[in-house]
Design a protein around this ligand. Structure first.
Ligand code: URP
Ligand code: ZN
Ligand code: ZN
Length: 478
């Protein structure tokens, strides 16, 4: 077993910060040595196999990205990151666990969908991974199969009020699935957009010749997100299901979540970096020699980018401060422009939906610390501790304490990261949605279950090091 001492750094948790050394034995943290500790300054440093010097740096629990889509078949193509490339990119960015979405497609047995995801991910991940289950075909058999998911370590499932004909469930199906959620304690995750109405609006725009990517965001109006969020909340209230709304982007949707939470309902929500930093106006203004206005396809995602003039981005930051939104995931769903996004040339509806950000989430959220949007502690909470608690991993993940997995990031606040510049990212994409973003901080060293997997900007881990995470029920629920 290798012993490692991370010495001289500031250990940051969701609740505070302390100067401390962290001792790792094998895959676990065995001690956090604070000033005054008997072991501190003794021979620990000379007796360990390896010392990581964290002087002047932050030592934080590894990031947990609870919303990723590796190899997702979608929009007539497949998300371009494999479990291998996507998790290596994640490691570079200080993320040491992902929770990806296993897919049950229409007509498929739920169990087969989950098995297919184990097949894709098993032996290929560089960091630890778990699964949520997408329920794409609610019927008696799948409702029965859902009840067995917690035994498999899958304690949350996603439903779609959007994408008719693909993943869409109607209200009756959602109600039945939520009854399973109530009975089992599994978290219902909701893509809350009124898909049937959006599809009508999108078709009308295309008929008027409005085919550029920008119109994707016009069709997916915030009213469609607010309405669906409210409907999901009411169905959850009626059934007693705990609800987690994914990729929230509209300030009116946040207002719905806050309203339900103030009434004591078990309702939670995440947003994503794209809804904090990017806007519909950016998408409208995006033009390039190569793609013209189709450049905007780089940012076609659902929910869509929202208007800055309407204040959605400010509202997301505020909700992260006030805990009306509890965490930040990426919704990492990358596609290349060539052969993938370009399917939408001439008709925005055919553009595969998704943005790749898994490598940049920790940096982008740290920039929120630099600009004063969130505190250092809230950064850790939003990106690691709450995802662990929300999805039944806390204690093992999301915290630096004896007994926890040694998933640790040494982060340098004096470093600098130029995101997307010179295509230096490790995601399998031929562009960056974050080209030109400058971060006043830098991932220094990344440790996954005791193994240094990134140092000096180089990946030193291995595909296959990552293990499947059997998750417990959400630790937010009584
Ligand atoms: O645009 C997105 N979000 N693509 C991934 C699928 C989803 O809805 O999460
Ligand atoms: Zn979604
Ligand atoms: Zn998603």
């Amino acid at each position: 077993m290798t012993t490692t001492l991370i010495s001289g750094g500031t250990v940051v948790s969701a609740t505070g910060r302390v100067e401390a050394d962290v001792l790792v034995d094998g895959e676990r943290i065995v001690a956090v040595l604070q000033p005054g500790s008997e072991l501190l300054g003794t021979d620990v440093a000379t007796s360990v196999d390896r010392v990581v010097d964290a002087t002047g740096k932050y030592v934080i629990p590894g990031g947990i990205d609870a919303h990723t889509h590796m190899q997702l078949p979608f929009g007539g193509t497949e998300a371009s990151d494999t479990f291998e490339s996507g998790t290596i990119a994640a490691a570079h960015g200080g993320t040491t666990s992902i929770i990806d979405f296993a897919v049950q497609t229409y007509g498929q047995r739920l169990e087969d969908g989950l098995a297919a995801w184990h097949e894709k991910a098993g032996g290929n991940c560089a960091i630890d991974y778990g699964f949520h289950q997408i329920v794409g075909d609610v019927n008696e058999a799948s409702l029965e199969a859902m009840r067995k998911l917690p035994d498999e370590g899958v304690t949350s499932f996603k439903m779609f009020m959007a994408y008719p004909g693909v993943f869409y469930s109607d209200d009756a199906q959602i109600l039945k699935a939520m009854q399973v959620s109530r009975d089992t304690g599994m978290l219902t995750m909701m893509h809350a957009e009124n898909g049937p109405a959006i599809d009508v609006l999108a078709a009308q725009l295309v008929e008027q010749g409005k085919t550029d990517p920008y119109y994707h965001g016009i069709a997916r109006a915030w009213e469609m997100e607010e309405e669906a969020t409210h409907r999901a909340i009411m169905l959850a209230k009626l059934t007693g299901a705990p609800l987690y709304v994914v990729h929230v982007s509209a300030k009116q949707a946040v207002e719905q979540l806050a309203w339900a939470r103030d009434k004591g309902q078990n309702v939670y929500g995440e947003t994503c970096p794209q809804y904090l930093y990017l806007s519909l106006e950016d998408q409208l203004g995006a033009k390039s020699d190569e793609w013209g206005a189709f450049e905007g396809a780089k940012w076609v995602c659902s929910t869509p980018l929202r208007s800055r003039a309407e204040g959605h981005q400010d509202s997301m930051w505020q909700a992260l401060r006030t805990n009306d939104l509890q965490m930040v995931s990426t919704d990492h769903c990358p596609f290349c422009m060539k052969d993938q996004k370009e399917l939408g040339l001439g008709d925005f509806r055919k553009t595969p939906n998704g943005i790749g950000s898994i490598e940049h989430r920790m940096d982008l959220m740290y920039q929120g610390v630099v600009t004063g949007e969130i505190t250092l502690e809230r950064w850790v909470e939003l990106t690691s501790t709450t995802p662990a608690r929300m999805f039944g991993l806390y204690g093992r993940k999301g915290v630096i304490q004896p007994g926890a997995d040694a998933d640790i990031v040494v982060y340098d606040p004096n470093g600098h990261t130029s995101i997307g510049l010179e295509k230096t990212h490790h995601m399998n994409m031929d562009y960056s949605a974050w080209e030109g973003y400058e971060i006043d901080g830098k991932v220094d060293t990344v440790i996954s279950r005791g193994r240094v997997v990134v140092e000096d900007d180089a990946f030193t881990g291995a595909a296959g090091h990552g293990q499947y995470l059997k998750r417990g029920l959400s630790q937010y629920l009584i």
